[in-house]
Design a protein around this ligand. Structure first.
Ligand SMILES: [Zn+2]
Ligand SMILES: [Zn+2]
Length: 438
């Protein structure tokens, strides 16, 4: 009894001692990280403006990756270039023993003409699927580059105190490689970016135009959906529009297919399990009012969070397309692409790292959100190693949220002030993980 009591007391004392030590350690690091982050902040903002002004398309981030490599070299890193075409990878403490954390930033812009009145607005153009287009950082990946370069500087200043290795991954083509090309996180994984040294955990973030600066949005398990795009080609028989009885009308067939596809979500899916989205986003067919065309094609997207539901949706789509075409005497082919898997936050790692988010952002600024039906190719990294993906705020407090432009639009804007929390959080996650995993 006495032994048991002593044991309890001494265990409690040890626990108290060790938790006190880790709090002191964390606070000591937090102060250092805070002051190093503030020191580098204006430089990070300048970098961000340069990357914004020089936005480049997916798999064409030539100037972007060259500049990233130059900045990393000036910090003392020996960056590896041309990883997955235009990616850059650098390692801190390459020779040090210990666990390995990877941090990822995506670096590509989008074929959109910027409408925001900024001195550093983009006037870049490029070729996208054969067409000359304007280019803009309309998803905020310029801030991701700035944040990760800032973290690389802070951690290199602290490198002797960092108990492990850190791999900085600057990833091209998150928005999707041009038609017929490989790219993005999937190609990086294929080229072995998570190996040599083997990565133990990976962290990634996305800035968000609809979220106030200083806030973090996060959840355990599926945070973003799996995506599959599809293309349906319908072939009928052309005729004069005044004599439809001579036709096999692909437009009527397509209309029925669009309607029938709606029953997948409303009648086939157990929505109490997980959400599903099926959207037809484009129908291309016909040229004149008085011609029934021979063929047309439709494009669409599928969002799922559950592997079995995903299989079921694909099966139903194929079935509905075939059967509806057949019922109209038309023929149809459907191509569903491989897409991205679910962006899945590892529950164990989430539980372990959640206190870090609360400590750095403040408890009241960490929001546990519902799953987002957008998709992210960060999911390919998380299929290989445990990872956490989260959102940080990008609009200042005085902005009217109703007037905030969405991602992928010409008026999209995120503020420089959002990057500081991104730098501090990524740095603290790295240090805390490496300390815990000793
Ligand atoms: Zn995007
Ligand atoms: Zn994005």
């Amino acid at each position: 009894m006495r032994y048991a009591r002593n044991f309890v007391i001494s265990t409690f004392f040890l626990f108290f001692l060790s938790s006190t030590t880790s709090i002191i350690t964390a606070q000591k690091y937090d102060k250092q990280v805070e002051s190093l982050a503030r020191e580098i902040e204006s430089q990070v903002i300048d970098w961000r403006h340069w990357f914004h002004e020089n936005a480049e398309l997916s798999n064409r981030e030539f100037k972007t990756s060259k500049r990233i490599a130059e900045i990393l070299t000036n910090m003392g890193y020996k960056p590896q270039i041309n990883v997955a075409k235009t990616g850059v990878v650098a390692i801190l403490n390459d020779k040090k023993r210990g666990p390995v954390v990877a941090l990822r930033a995506d670096i590509d812009g989008l074929p959109i003409k910027e409408r925001v009145n900024l001195p550093w607005a983009s006037e870049m153009t490029g070729v996208y699927n054969g067409e000359t287009v304007p280019i803009m950082h309309a998803c905020g990946h310029d801030t991701h580059i700035g944040i990760l370069l800032g973290v690389a500087k802070i951690l290199s200043d602290m490198k002797d105190e960092i108990p492990g290795k850190v791999k900085f991954i600057f990833q091209p083509a998150e928005e999707g490689a041009p038609d017929g090309e490989e790219g993005g996180a999937e190609l990086m994984v294929k080229e072995g970016v998570l190996k040599r040294p083997n990565v133990d955990a990976i962290f990634g973030l996305h800035i968000k135009s609809g979220l106030e600066v200083g806030q973090i949005n996060i959840k355990s398990e599926g945070i973003m959906a799996a995506v599959n795009s599809f293309r349906i080609d319908i072939k009928g028989k052309q005729s004069h529009g005044s004599r439809p009885w001579n036709s096999v009308d692909p437009i009527v067939t397509a209309s029925q297919i669009v309607n029938n596809l709606q029953t997948i979500v409303s009648r086939n899916m157990d929505l109490t399990n997980a959400p599903v989205v099926v959207t037809v986003g484009a129908i291309h067919g016909g040229v004149r009012s008085n011609i029934i065309p021979e063929s047309l094609y439709m494009l669409g997207t599928i969002r799922t969070f559950d592997v079995n539901m995903k299989k079921q949706v694909h099966k139903r789509i194929r079935n509905i397309v075939q059967m509806t075409a057949e019922a109209n005497n038309a023929t149809a082919t459907i191509d569903i692409n491989k897409g991205y898997p679910v962006t899945y936050n590892d529950p164990g790692l989430y539980q372990e790292m959640f206190p870090t988010f609360e400590r750095i952002a403040g408890k009241e600024n960490v929001n546990i959100i519902k799953a987002v039906t957008g998709a992210e190719d960060f999911s390919f990294f998380q299929q290989q190693v445990p990872g956490i993906y989260f959102f940080i705020g990008g609009i200042p407090k005085d902005f009217d949220p109703a007037k905030v432009a969405d991602h992928h639009t010409p008026d999209f804007y995120v503020d420089d002030s959002g990057m500081l929390l991104g730098m501090k959080t990524m740095t603290a996650l790295t240090i805390d993980y490496l300390n815990k995993t000793q």
